[in-house]
Design a protein around this ligand. Structure first.
Ligand code: S3P
Length: 429
C-alpha cells in the first residue's frame, strides 16, 4: 500500500501572495497559505502596516489598506530571510519609515544584496548595528519617489529579484533584473496572473531578463483568487524518506516549478525511483502528484545551474548521498553558508557525528556513502532544513538519529514529524 500526503502550502509562494495581494484593487482570496512560522512573520508585518488579513488555512482573505501606515513598532522578521528582504523592497517602494529586525540567525545573514540596489533606487536605508546586517531603519519618503533600476545581482537570488520588483511595483517605476542563472520565478508568475506589465526575455547563455514597466498609467492589479500549490521542499523530505527505505509515498497537489524541482534531476542521476504526474496549473505554477519508492542509490556529482534549482534541498541531498554507494560531490554551493545556518558546516558536522565520512570544501562537500548503521544526536543550529534532513536519515532502516532541536521544523513544515512518523512508523524503520 502507498501512503498519501498533502504537503503544506508552498512557503515561497505564501510569502508572495501575502505581499502582492494588498497591492491589488479589491480583495484577494487564497486557499492553502502555509501555516509555517516564516509566513506568519510576513503576515504579522503586513497587519502592522494596515493590511487586513482574515482567516487562514482553507481561506485567507486579504485587503490592502486605503492608506498604508508606518508600523507602530519594530517589525520582527523572526528567522525569515524572505520576509526581511522582500519587505525591504515593499517598504522602500511605499516610502514608509520602519525598523526591521530578526532573530540571531537572520541577524547574521547578508542584507547588502538588497539594500545596495534599493539605495540606488533612492531608498534611505541605514544599518543600525553592523554593516550588511539587520537591524535596519528605513526613512520615510514621498510615495512614488524612487528611481527606475536595471540590476544584475552578483548572487543568484530570487529574494533579491523579488525585493526589487516589489519596490518597482509599489513606487510605479520600471525595474529590470538580469539573472545570469535564473532563480525561482514565483513573483513573476503571480504578477503576470495579476495583469502586471512584466516580461521575461531569455538571454544567450541561459540567463534571463525580467522587466517590470511602470504601473503609473496602467490598469490596477487584479486581486488573486487561487490555491497555493504544496511545497516541493516539504514534499522532497517525504520522497527522500521513501527512497531511503521508509516505504512508498505519494504527495498530492505539489508545485512542480522547474526552478524548484532540481532535486528530482539529481535523484534521477542517483537511481532514485519516482514518478511525476503533472495535473494542471494553479497560481500560474505547474502542479501535480509525486510518487517515490525505496531505491538503491549511487553517488553523483551535483553543481552548476542544477544547484540553484535545489538550493534548499542540499541538506536532504547530502543525507541521500550518505546512503548511496560511492563518493558524491556537491560543488558551487558557497551560498549555502549564508542560509539559516552555515549549511555546509552543519551538514558536514551532522554527517560526521552519525558516522558518515564527509569532507567540507569552501563551496561544497564530498560525502562517502555507507550502509553501516548510523547513530547520534545531530546539532541543527536551529536550522529547520538540517532538522528535517537528519530526521529523514534517522527514519532509514538501521539508523538511530535524533536532532537537538526538533521543534525548529515549524519554520517551514510544522507537521513534519507527524508525517514522517506516519510514513516511517508503518515500515517499522
Ligand atoms: C527563497 C529564495 C531562496 C531560498 C529561500 C527562499 C524565496 O533564497 O533559499 O529559502 O522565497 O525567494 P535566495 O533568494 O537567497 O537564493
Amino acid at each position: 500500500m502507498i501512503l498519501s500526503f498533502d504537503a503544506p502550502g508552498d512557503k515561497s509562494l505564501s510569502h508572495r501572495v501575502l505581499l502582492l495581494g494588498p497591492l491589488a484593487e479589491g480583495r484577494s482570496c487564497l486557499r492553502g497559505v502555509s501555516p509555517c512560522d516564516d509566513v506568519r512573520c510576513t503576515r504579522r508585518a503586513l497587519e502592522a502596516l494596515g493590511v487586513r488579513i482574515e482567516g487562514e488555512g482553507d481561506e485567507t482573505l486579504i485587503t490592502g489598506p486605503a492608506r498604508w501606515r508606518p508600523p507602530p513598532g519594530e517589525i520582527d522578521c523572526g528567522n525569515s530571510g524572505t520576509t526581511a528582504r522582500l519587505l525591504l523592497g515593499l517598504l522602500s517602494g511605499l516610502g514608509l519609515p520602519a525598523v526591521l529586525c530578526g532573530d540571531a540567525s537572520l541577524s547574521g545573514r547578508p542584507m547588502d544584496r538588497v539594500v545596495y540596489p534599493l539605495q540606488a533606487m533612492g531608498a534611505r536605508i541605514r544599518y543600525l548595528k553592523e554593516e550588511d546586517r539587520l537591524p535596519v531603519a528605513l526613512e520615510a519618503r514621498r510615495s512614488g519617489s524612487l528611481r527606475s533600476l536595471r540590476h544584475r545581482p552578483r548572487v543568484a537570488s530570487a529574494q533579491v529579484k523579488s525585493s526589487l520588483l516589489l519596490a518597482g511595483l509599489a513606487s510605479a517605476v520600471p525595474v529590470e533584473v538580469i539573472e545570469p542563472t535564473p532563480t525561482r520565478d514565483h513573483t513573476e508568475r503571480l504578477l503576470q496572473e495579476m495583469g502586471a506589465p512584466l516580461s521575461v526575455a531569455r538571454m544567450p547563455g541561459g540567463g534571463s531578463a525580467v522587466a517590470l514597466e511602470s504601473m503609473k498609467h496602467g490598469p490596477a492589479l487584479r486581486p488573486l483568487d487561487l490555491g497555493v500549490p504544496g511545497d516541493f521542499s516539504a514534499a522532497a523530505s517525504l520522497l527522500a524518506a521513501a527512497w531511503l527505505g521508509a516505504g512508498e509515498v505519494r504527495v498530492v497537489r505539489v508545485g512542480l516549478n522547474a526552478r524548484r524541482t532540481g532535486l528530482l534531476r539529481a535523484a534521477a542521476q542517483m537511481g532514485a525511483r519516482f514518478e511525476v504526474g503533472e495535473e494542471g496549473v494553479e497560481a500560474g505554477e505547474p502542479m501535480g502528484t509525486l510518487r517515490g519508492s525505496p531505491s538503491r542509490l549511487r553517488a553523483s556529482d551535483v553543481g552548476g545551474r542544477l544547484l540553484v534549482d535545489l538550493v534548499d534541498e542540499v541538506p536532504v541531498l547530502a543525507v541521500l548521498a550518505a546512503r548511496a554507494s560511492g563518493v558524491s560531490r556537491i560543488r558551487g554551493a558557497a551560498e549555502l553558508r549564508r542560509k539559516e545556518s552555515d549549511r555546509l558546516s552543519t551538514v558536514a558536522a551532522g554527517l560526521q557525528t552519525v558516522g558518515v565520512r564527509c569532507r567540507e570544501h569552501s563551496d561544497g562537500l564530498d560525502i562517502e556513502g555507507t550502509d553501516a548503521p548510523l547513530a547520534g544526536v545531530v546539532r541543527t543550529g536551529g536550522d529547520h532544513r538540517i532538522a528535517m534532513a537528519f530526521g529523514v536519515l534517522g527514519a532509514a532502516p538501521g539508523c538511530e538519529i535524533t536532532v537537538d532541536d526538533p521543534m525548529c521544523v515549524s519554520i517551514s513544515y510544522p507537521g513534519f514529524w507527524r508525517d514522517l512518523e506516519r510514513l516511517a512508523g508503518r515500515s517499522g524503520a
